[in-house]
Design a protein around this ligand. Structure first.
Ligand code: SAM
Length: 262
């Protein structure tokens, strides 16, 4: 149990049972080559939009809250910012990311990188481009960090020591970390404290679902969220609603959006 804002928070079961290998196998399995992992479509598009609309000195830092054992945000934003902070609540997820940085990971990110490069418009992949892109992403994370985060606490990422970032990203995290909509709104507010005014917020969320399934077994439960509830929560925490760019993928039951903080 962790205390947050005077309220006692009961972590979801998966925080203790989360298995990064099972998560990889299910989520980043053989379908990755087909590009069906929707984040790999949305994030390169957002990265491209940011490069077009923010000057280099306005986009130095990116914080990914609840990255899990994954590094695809670093792969997608490797050329956009100078420092990337990958954070999570579960220690073994952070260990997986550190293994990747150290070159000792057993997970092969190359098929993922290929999909990202294709989404970026690389029709003919040059010799060595996959390796170069991965090294670039590692370099940007080494300039940033791999840190503990708890969305129920304020600050969410104590290691940031009050520094605000230019881009705040969180994919499929809040709906797994919260049990009630009230908690969701508090966590959203906590996270937003890490984003500077004028910075970009990128959210990936599961819509209208109660559990995350792998085959027939439930991997963990989710807070059931509608698009309207998510947008209302964003408005309450100072997001410029006129700036929202969103993709709702009804067949996949997910929404991706990017918006600016007032
Ligand atoms: C469904 S996974 C998403 C991982 C990754 N962002 C992705 O898109 O594949 C949810 C992540 O939220 C993290 N998480 C759960 N509770 C959290 C909390 N209180 N604070 C921060 N992260 C949390 C979990 O450890 C897990 O890595």
């Amino acid at each position: 149990m962790s205390k947050s804002n005077g309220e006692v928070h009961k972590p979801n079961d998966y925080v203790t049972t989360f298995d990064p290998d099972a998560y990889f196998q299910h989520y980043f399995g053989k379908s990755i080559e087909d590009g069906t992992r929707v984040s790999l479509f949305a994030l390169p598009v957002f990265a491209h939009l940011i490069v077009q609309t923010m000057r280099p000195n306005e986009r130095q830092t990116l914080l990914d809250i609840g990255a899990g054992p994954t590094v695809y945000s670093a792969l997608c934003f490797r050329d956009v910012v100078k420092e990337i902070y990958l954070t999570d609540y579960v220690e073994k997820n952070l260990d997986r990311v550190k293994e990747w940085l150290a070159g000792s990971t057993t997970y092969d990110w190359k098929p993922t990188i290929k999909v990202i490069l294709r989404t970026e418009g690389g029709h003919f992949l040059q010799q060595g481009i996959i390796e170069t892109s991965e090294e670039k992403a590692k370099g940007v994370v080494k300039c940033g960090g791999v840190c503990f985060a708890d969305v129920h606490q304020n600050p969410v990422v104590p290691n940031m020591e009050g520094r605000q970032v230019d881009i705040l990203l969180t994919i499929f995290t809040l709906e797994s970390a919260c049990q009630t909509y009230e908690q969701y709104k508090v966590c959203m507010k906590n996270m937003m404290n890490h984003l500077r005014p004028g910075g970009r917020f990128i959210l990936g969320s599961v819509l209208e679902d109660d559990e995350y399934n792998s085959g027939r077994s439930v991997m963990f439960t989710l807070l059931n969220l509608t698009e309207t509830k998510i947008l209302n929560a964003l408005e309450e925490v100072g997001i410029d609603m006129g700036s929202v760019k969103k993709y709702v993928l009804n067949d996949e039951g997910v929404m991706f959006l990017m918006a600016t903080k007032f």
